[in-house]
Write a protein that binds this ligand. Structure first.
Ligand SMILES: Cc1ncc(COP(=O)(O)O)c(C=O)c1O
Length: 395
């Protein structure tokens, strides 16, 4: 019998991919499925970015690149961070990765071990907990509650830190709730973290350019007092509709750059060269299409939230960012997973149960509104029919 290591049994997963696979299987059977499950923009990557990758291939960029990423891309990231957050980041501290995920994967690997504790958002991106458990560290959930706008109180978080805490993970605006932590609360958190100089911080800012109603994103990079222990994660997947390209980055403190480069060399060697050139075009080229995508998400947000609130047993607060609505479904009387399955199997609408995002996700379902207004309206109608007249609603 094969004897794989014990840690492997603790590795979790991202249910959104399972939902996607089931939705695809139903489609193959001829069912018409509306996918509000997967967290990716429904737009194509802007053409000037695609052209830059084609040009890079034609220009002969076919080989390995430095593991950390090509310098022009790291310089473009640095300039972009200056433009967006008014911060000076040395390109030497920027480490290019195949997507946003590897920065969290490697950060958690670096800090997690049996006997340590890692604080992470719950409901939150499922890979945080999965990786924490893989390392043997104790996962300590930071509860993001609906009545706090799916944010947290800095005092509560600070109160959860112990002498075993090695890493604190923050994700604002957040997946799956769309909640954004108010600036005052972030400031209080940073202030309080002065008392815990040994705690590293991973700030996942992958949705930082998707904020609504005039909300402003204040990057953790703005706080020099934590620069020596901050890892800031961002990337191209969401902002430029580039999920399949696999391109992201981390900004790392001086003391960890060498270590993260080693992990990159041991793992993937480098991100494929043409994608890195596409990344430069994305940051340095016109931003119109990226801006139009956010405007479209905002319009859809204003369509989906009132419609969710009209569904029997549903109640949904306005998300402040990202492209997710996290609806409270407790009054339907159904557990989240059962409702998710019924919406997919009986109504042909793919969503993700809140329980896929942590223990505080029971009673909620995540709807991604990265889909057309027409599809969103049709999906809401199908769910309405399902809840009022139980029975198959999809063709
Ligand atoms: C909070 C959060 N961080 C990181 C990622 C990973 O992004 P990528 O596809 O670039 O790996 C996601 C993707 O859904 C996310 O929701």
């Amino acid at each position: 019998m094969l004897q794989i290591v014990e840690n492997m049994n603790r590795l979790g997963t991202e249910t959104a991919f399972e939902v996607l696979a089931r939705a695809a299987a139903l489609e193959r059977e001829g069912r018409d499925i509306i996918n509000l499950g997967i967290g990716q923009p429904d737009f194509a990557t802007p053409p000037h970015i695609v052209d830059a990758a084609i040009k890079a291939l034609k220009d002969g960029h076919h080989g390995y690149t430095p593991a950390q990423g090509i310098l022009p891309l790291r310089e473009a990231v640095s300039a972009d961070l200056h433009k967006r957050h008014d911060v000076e980041v040395n390109p030497d501290n920027v480490v290019i990765m195949p997507g946003g995920k590897p920065t969290m994967f490697f950060t958690i690997l670096m800090f997690g071990a049996p006997g340590t504790e890692i604080l992470y958002p719950d409901p939150g991106f499922p890979i945080y907990r999965s990786m924490i458990e893989y390392t043997g560290a104790k996962p300590v959930p930071i509860a993001l509650l609906e009545d706090q706008g799916f944010s947290f109180s800095a005092d509560t978080v600070l109160g959860q830190i112990t002498d075993k805490t090695r890493l604190l993970i923050v994700n604002s605006p957040g997946n799956p709730t769309g909640g954004a932590v108010p600036t005052d609360e972030i400031k209080r958190l940073i202030e309080g973290l002065r008392d815990y100089p040994d705690v590293a911080i991973l700030s996942d800012e992958i949705y930082s350019q998707m904020l609504y109603d005039g909300r402003e994103h204040i990057s953790f990079l703005r706080y020099p007092e934590i620069a020596d222990r901050l890892i800031m994660l961002d990337g191209w997947s969401k902002t430029y509709a580039m999920t399949g390209w696999r391109l992201g980055y981390g900004v790392w403190p001086d003391a960890l750059v060498e270590k993260i480069n080693r992990l990159a060399v041991n793992c993937h060697s480098c991100v494929n060269a043409p994608t890195q050139y596409a990344g430069i075009a994305a940051l340095e080229g016109p931003q119109d299409e990226a801006g139009e995508m956010v405007e479209a998400f905002d319009r859809r947000r204003q369509v989906i939230v009132p419609l969710l609130n009209q569904l029997p047993g549903f109640c949904c607060v306005e998300p402040g960012g990202a492209f997710y609505a996290f609806a409270n479904i407790t009054a339907t009387g159904m557990p989240a997973r059962e409702l998710q399955n019924r919406m997919l199997e009986d109504a042909g609408v793919a969503t993700v149960a809140g329980t896929s995002f942590g223990e505080f996700g029971e009673g909620y379902v995540r709807f991604s509104y990265a889909n057309s207004t027409e599809n969103i309206k049709a999906a809401m109608q199908r769910i309405g029919t399902l809840l009022t007249e139980p029975g198959p609603a999809a063709t």
